[in-house]
Design a protein around this ligand. Structure first.
Ligand code: NAP
Length: 280
């Protein structure tokens, strides 16, 4: 049993879900938030916020001291992902932390996407320092599409017919809690893909049926995305996301694997399940 886990990025979408899954298992969490963040980690008497700056390593050794396990996830498309991984692995190594889990991504060696290659590099760097690291490689989350589905409009700058095997974030968080608290996952890497292969057109059609109201999928141009959601990003992050959209347009983002079902010991959650859960 892992008694205390340091969760990095704890105030973000993934970190909050992982923290909740851990505290529901009775684990104490040190919820790492960045200095000056206005985002809040999952609230629980078992989750204590600690301040860590991943870019400088400030607060890392203090947060790590006495922790039994670490869940490391980097901020989305961060250019210094590899440096962050190095700081985390070295600090965990100094502290003698026995269990380290790295939140990577499906297809970490896809050369079409620089930010995927950085995940692959981070995996290798952590493994060199901590051979027992467990790596989780999730597909895109269903939760990325949930808000737009409820608003009735899913707008993406890539093909509406490309295939995706999106995964439920709560399933990913449950697996994270399992591999942090159960034995037998040291040195393993797991591909966490959802149980269905669906295009965005199909995701919208199913959302329409389940929610009982129109949900439209619309392809927008890259120019429209650049002038809208992409306009607030720095050049490096914008370029990373444009490369990702081009890869999604060409290939989608899909794979097959039984890892999720085996780790959960049940059928993974479907898009319909995610929608129904959100309406209940
Ligand atoms: N979204 C997906 O579908 C998906 C699928 C597979 C893998 N992933 C991977 O999952 C990871 C997390 O994604 P997410 O969507 O959960 O990200 P997120 O919601 O943006 O969370 C990232 C967290 O990191 C924090 N952070 C940013 N800079 C920091 C710093 N210098 N020091 C300490 N903390 C810092 C952020 O703080 P603030 O809240 O203050 O900004 C935020 O709370 C990413 O690496 C992504 O590639 C995502």
């Amino acid at each position: 049993m892992t008694a205390t886990v340091l969760v990095i990025g704890a105030a973000g979408k993934t970190g909050r879900a992982v923290t909740r899954a851990l505290v529901e298992r009775g684990v104490r969490v040190r919820a790492a938030v960045r200095p000056g963040s206005t985002s809040a980690p999952y609230a629980s008497e078992r989750a204590a916020p600690v301040t860590v700056d991943l870019e400088t390593g400030l607060g890392l050794d203090e947060a790590m001291a006495g922790a039994d396990g670490v869940y490391h996830l980097a901020p989305n498309v961060h250019p210094d992902e590899v440096g962050m991984a190095r700081r985390l692995a070295e600090s965990a190594s100094r502290a003698g932390v026995s269990r380290f889990v790295f939140h990577s991504v499906l297809h970490p060696h896809d050369s079409a996407m620089q930010h995927h290659l950085r995940k692959g590099e981070a995996e290798e760097l952590i493994r060199a320092q901590l051979p027992g690291v467990t790596v989780l490689r999730p597909a895109a989350y269903h939760q990325n599409v949930l808000g737009p589905a409820f608003e009735g409009q899913i707008r993406v700058p890539y093909s509406l017919d490309a295939p995706f095997t999106n995964v439920d974030l709560d399933d990913v968080a449950e697996v994270a809690a399992r591999v942090l608290t159960e034995d037998g996952h040291e040195g393993c890497a797991y591909d966490l893909v959802g149980p269905e292969r669906q295009s965005f057109r199909e995701l919208a059609e199913q959302a329409s049926r389940v929610l009982g109201r129109p949900v439209v999928a619309e392809r927008i141009s890259l120019q429209e995305w650049l002038a809208g959601p992409g306009s607030g990003l720095d050049d490096e992050r914008r370029a990373a996301l444009v490369a990702m959209f081009e890869a999604y347009d060409r290939d989608g983002f899909a794979d097959e694997s039984d890892d999720l079902a085996v780790l959960l010991g049940r059928r993974p959650t479907t898009w319909q399940d995610v929608l129904l859960r959100a309406t209940s």
